[in-house]
Write a protein that binds this ligand. Sequence first.
Ligand SMILES: Nc1nc2c(ncn2[C@@H]2O[C@H](COP(=O)(O)OP(=O)(O)O)[C@@H](O)[C@H]2O)c(=O)[nH]1
Ligand SMILES: [Mg+2]
Length: 327
Amino acid sequence: MPANLPPDYYAAEERYRQAKATDEKIRILEEMLSIMPKHKGTDHLLADLRAKISRLKKEETKKKPGARFNPYAVEKEDCPRLTLIGPPNSGKSSLFNALTSASSEVQDYPYTTVKPQPGICRFDNYRIQIVDLPPVMNDSMEGWMSDLVRTADGAGIVVDGSNIESLESTADLLTAVDRANLYLRGPEWKGEAPLGTIIKSTFLAVNKIDIADDEAVRFFQAEFSGLMPVCLISAKDNDSIRRIFKTIVDTLKVMRIYTKIPGKDPDMYEPYIVDRGVSVGQLAEDIHRDFADNFRFARLWGKNTFNARRVGRDHVLEDEDIIEIHC
Ligand SMILES: Nc1nc2c(ncn2[C@@H]2O[C@H](COP(=O)(O)OP(=O)(O)O)[C@@H](O)[C@H]2O)c(=O)[nH]1
Ligand SMILES: [Mg+2]
């Protein structure tokens, strides 16, 4: 059944697309909700609007300052999170700046970064929150820092490949990681984590490869390549940034799922960034309870399937699938 929406609705929808601030977006969506006629043909549109409003409202309440101010708190975003850790001066902030639109202070002396600095990395429609952290020193990590590494979805260790002295500071870093009961291993790691430790999917970036010290690079490759992916990069080189981005996506084991509303074109700009292997039912749950509770079936468009294929809750999604949920 066609939705037959009034012109006011489309005007509001256009304003929504232009809106930047979350409270403004909520206001416009609520306006769209009130304009929209309520009948069988608009059920999906209504559910989609309600889902968007509830997601944005959740974001808003998280932004309100809590009773106790925590200077090390990092705002949760609606996407996976990766932390960057490493010894002083290895180029964490330079890499962070190259990956995100945020900016973290870069200096040629150590200890420039003192607080966690979050930013969003956007490539190929992915959205990933990257958190730049202060250097780990004196073979221990402060509690707030190990908490951030532990609760993130993955980590990247950044070391300096231009300098043989960095082997020592990297050894300190690994001791600090052990003491924090973190077990950092690549996404393909099959072994068991020791009792009492938290395993975290991790890669190693050997940075400053433009001015590499061959001995240092060989050491890092020998020590780490059995444990996690090792990437030789320069934070100053675009090609390195693309490669490291791909490594980040593989470390987080995530993929992009686009959604569409029946009768409308899919939103090909803001996919849901979800764990590889999630099912249609799990995605529906992620979008909104209403979708999960009232789920009847879904239609799927994808690289490895025929168009508008009818699938059920248990169907496992693949990267860049487009899904239309029918309630
Ligand atoms: N040649 C070269 N210098 C780099 C590279 N990455 C970072 N640097 C320099 O290394 C110094 C420390 O970088 P910074 O990002 O502040 O390191 P952090 O302390 O780990 O955050 C700065 O002088 C950067 O310009 C790189 O890939 N190549
Ligand atoms: Mg820094």
